[in-house]
Design a protein around this ligand. Structure first.
Ligand code: GLY
Length: 301
């Protein structure tokens, strides 16, 4: 807000009565963000008042609890993630991706760190990416400089293409997950070469595979809450797609579920639809009784 970077209207509140007062004039749908590191699970996108009050009960169990919390306008539109590799003034945008944050099909269930992703995003034209670069990414890098922060690293912008333009949902200073799992396979230029050139202030041209990439996360039952662990994950050797291990351990030759997001199964193909077919065929081969996955990764709108 200080640097006029487009984002949702918001208010920071500190206790239960202040929150309830604000909600009276700003009913659901509304977004409630708890303060602190929450592993991507601190945000409630409340579609009705009950969900909003449940989120508030969790943050403010009684009238005396004091804790900062952000209540934010619900942004409607098409979501996308734009990650940039940044070294001071040099900004290299990676291809955009879209993740699916809700735990269950049709965007039901709690918000998670991401149950799957695809890249590119067919509903986001280059003009919107350009708008995001001009109005959001470059201004935030400039703002960091004005705040005396020399930033080198990944800038993750979680964005929403709304009818009033592209708006910021969140920034992270790390790679996005599972977006990165579907972006890196399309990157023909080696990542280390890009990073070393960037650090030497040399120009970088990215060569991108024109195929699409889609990834589905296999999560442990209970995710994003307390999850089951220590069950076996079998038949990974029969999977043709790429397998990212996110929450596994190995006992001898056997893979064991360590909870949370366990695997991301990812395929490249000429179209997103084709990549989706390959990934779901492979998921059927995996025997992981403690785990679940969404069956609609890759759907948009
Ligand atoms: N997938 C969302 C994130 O990495 O924050």
């Amino acid at each position: 807000a200080d640097y006029n970077i487009p984002t949702a209207q918001y208010k920071t509140v500190f206790n239960r009565s202040e929150t309830l007062h604000y909600l009276n004039s700003h009913p659901a749908p509304i977004v409630i963000k708890a303060d602190g590191l929450m592993a991507g699970k601190g945000v409630t996108v409340a579609m009705d008042d009950k969900q909003a009050y449940d989120a508030i009960d969790a943050i403010y169990p009684d009238a005396t609890t004091q804790a900062p919390c952000v209540i934010e306008e619900y942004l409607e539109g098409e979501e996308f993630s734009l990650m940039c590799l940044v070294h001071e003034d040099q900004i290299i945008p990676l291809p955009i991706a879209r993740d699916h944050k809700r735990a269950f099909d049709q965007d039901e269930g709690p918000n998670t760190g991401g149950m799957g992703a695809f890249c590119p995003h067919p509903l986001i034209p280059q003009s919107l990416v350009d708008e995001a670069m001009t109005k959001i990414v470059k201004p935030i890098i400039n703002a960091l400089k004005l705040e005396n922060i020399r930033y080198t690293g990944v800038l993750y912008a979680g964005l929403m293409a709304t009818k009033n333009g592209v708006k910021t949902i969140e920034f992270n200073v790390r790679f996005g997950d599972p977006e990165t799992e579907v972006i890196l396979p399309r990157l023909i230029t080696p990542l280390d070469e890009i990073i070393f050139k960037l650090l030497k202030h040399e120009p970088v041209e990215l060569e991108i595979d024109q195929r699409a990439c889609l990834g589905v996360v296999l999560a442990s039952n209970g995710y994003p809450g307390k999850t089951e662990t220590h069950g076996p994950i079998q038949h990974l050797d029969q999977v043709d797609s790429m397998i990212y291990h996110m929450g596994t351990s190995k006992q001898g030759d056997a893979f064991i579920n360590q909870g949370g997001r366990v695997l991301c199964i990812t395929a490249l193909a000429d179209t997103i639809e084709e990549a989706k077919v390959r990934v779901y065929q492979d998921l059927k081969k995996i025997d992981a009784k403690q785990c679940f996955y969404r069956s609609d990764i890759g759907s948009t709108g």
